[in-house]
Ligand binder design. Structure first.
Ligand SMILES: Cc1cc2nc3c(=O)[nH]c(=O)nc-3n(C[C@H](O)[C@H](O)[C@H](O)COP(=O)(O)OP(=O)(O)OC[C@H]3O[C@@H](n4cnc5c(N)ncnc54)[C@H](O)[C@@H]3O)c2cc1C
Length: 383
């Protein structure tokens, strides 16, 4: 596997940025290096389509990239393994299976998970998306069948929590025994324009979904959430849709990390502590500007990352990544309509959904997808 004549570039994690780097390796001049992709799973999810998978608009296969096939097409070695650390002195990735992988240049694109704001065993996290879909398809229907009434509580009212709540309602609309609640310490879609917040509240109010704002959970016991105002909410299933949080391993390594544990990078996507390490997408945090965790940024970082890996290999100056000030947000209402916003522009309706559907399908059309029906949503799929 190791090519001793050329440096090794290890791409750790098959997030949006690395998937696009692999596409770029298929075009034009390939940087003079041996590329290795390390991914916890053969498939990686495109989260923009997740609400559509939940509501039944798309199959799981339509929303996942086949990384192994993509790596093969890009002449990149594919290693299916979960990384659990980095030994920056030895320039080695530490894998969960006990193996180590040498690198000359390392790029990290392992995404994020949901902040674990409460301590309870039976929480369902939206990420990894593969595990969430396994729960949704295999476990949840059984649980619902065993109960006369079933209460699903979603913690978090950011875009992800709202889209998942609307999509779950759409999927189980026929089940009158199912109740959906959203709890949030703050309001609905904090950080989004007021017009969008109002539209989202209207969408929720049209459906039997109950929102509990200013509900700060202080205790979880016997499948009951208790707030600091001493309100109680019983649940049968609790879904975490809290803000993005990093895995623990970066802050346990010698890489410089933020107080939350994201890998700190400068404007060139390079680690501020290690010159041969890059980080991108959700796991990266810029020291000069804090970006919201969004796939849009992960996608836009791909050309700069590709250029900077090439420049580092050729000992040239690195280029800065300049994030756009505004970007288009498209939120699925799960019923064939969507809400769009960009700066002070907002719109809602069927045409917006068709626009979102077109953008998402066009993005995925660049990549090899798992064959229809081939993706077994087993608990071991971590995407
Ligand atoms: C429900 C929902 C809907 C969303 N909708 C949108 C949207 O419409 N538009 C938008 O811009 N953003 C959206 N987001 C945010 C978006 O998901 C993230 O910002 C985006 O996925 C970040 O991409 P990434 O490239 O950093 O990593 P990801 O796309 O999360 O990929 C990380 C990859 O790394 C792998 N990995 C993780 N840990 C390891 C490890 N230790 N070892 C090996 N591999 C590992 C994972 O399996 C995964 O394949 C949504 C999020 C959610 C939860």
């Amino acid at each position: 596997m190791t090519d001793t004549t050329r440096p090794t570039v290890v791409l750790a994690g098959g997030g949006h940025t690395h998937a696009l780097i692999l596409k770029r390796l298929q075009k034009g001049q390939k940087p003079p290096a041996h590329f290795v992709l390390v991914s916890a799973s053969r498939y990686t999810a495109y989260s923009g389509m997740l609400p559509g998978v939940i509501s039944g608009h798309y199959t799981a296969e339509q929303s996942h990239i086949d990384l192994e096939l993509l790596a093969n097409e890009s002449k990149c070695t594919f290693v299916r393994a979960t990384l659990s650390g980095v030994d920056t002195e030895a320039n080695e990735l530490i894998l969960e299976n006990g193996n180590r992988l040498q690198y000359d240049i390392l790029s990290i694109n392992t995404g994020s998970t949901q902040a674990r704001v409460i301590d309870a065993k039976d929480i369902i996290s939206i990420k990894p998306i593969g595990s969430f879909l396994f729960w949704l398809n295999q476990l949840l229907p059984e649980h619902i069948k065993q109960n006369d009434s079933f209460t699903l509580v979603i913690m978090g009212a950011g875009a992800a929590g709202i889209e998942v709540a609307l999509a779950l309602h759409q999927r189980f609309e026929h089940l009158h025994s199912l109740k959906i609640h959203i709890v949030t310490t703050r309001g609905i879609m904090p950080g989004h324009p007021i017009k969008v917040q109002k539209m989202v509240i209207e969408e929720i109010e049209r459906k039997p979904i109950k929102i509990h704002t200013n509900f700060r959970v202080t205790n979880v016991k016997d499948k009951t959430l208790t707030s600091d105002q001493n309100e109680h909410l019983r649940y049968d299933a609790l879904i975490l849709a809290t803000p993005a949080a990093p895995a623990r391993w970066p802050s346990e390594s010698t890489l410089a990390t933020s107080s939350q544990g994201f890998i700190q990078v400068n404007s060139t996507l390079r680690s501020i502590s290690h010159d041969n390490v890059f980080a991108c997408g959700d796991i990266a945090e810029f020291i000069h500007s804090k970006l919201v965790k969004s796939g849009v940024y992960a996608v836009r970082q791909a050309p700069v990352l590709f250029q900077n890996i090439s420049n580092l290999l050729e000992k040239k100056t690195l280029e800065p990544y300049r994030p756009q000030n505004q970007f288009l947000s498209l939120l699925s209402c799960a019923d064939g309509r969507a809400i769009a916003s960009r700066g002070c522009f907002t719109a809602r309706g069927r045409l917006i959904w068709l626009w979102k559907d077109w953008i998402d399908r066009r993005f995925m059309a660049q990549f090899p997808l798992p064959a229809p029906g081939s993706m077994e949503l087993s608990a071991s799929i971590q995407s």
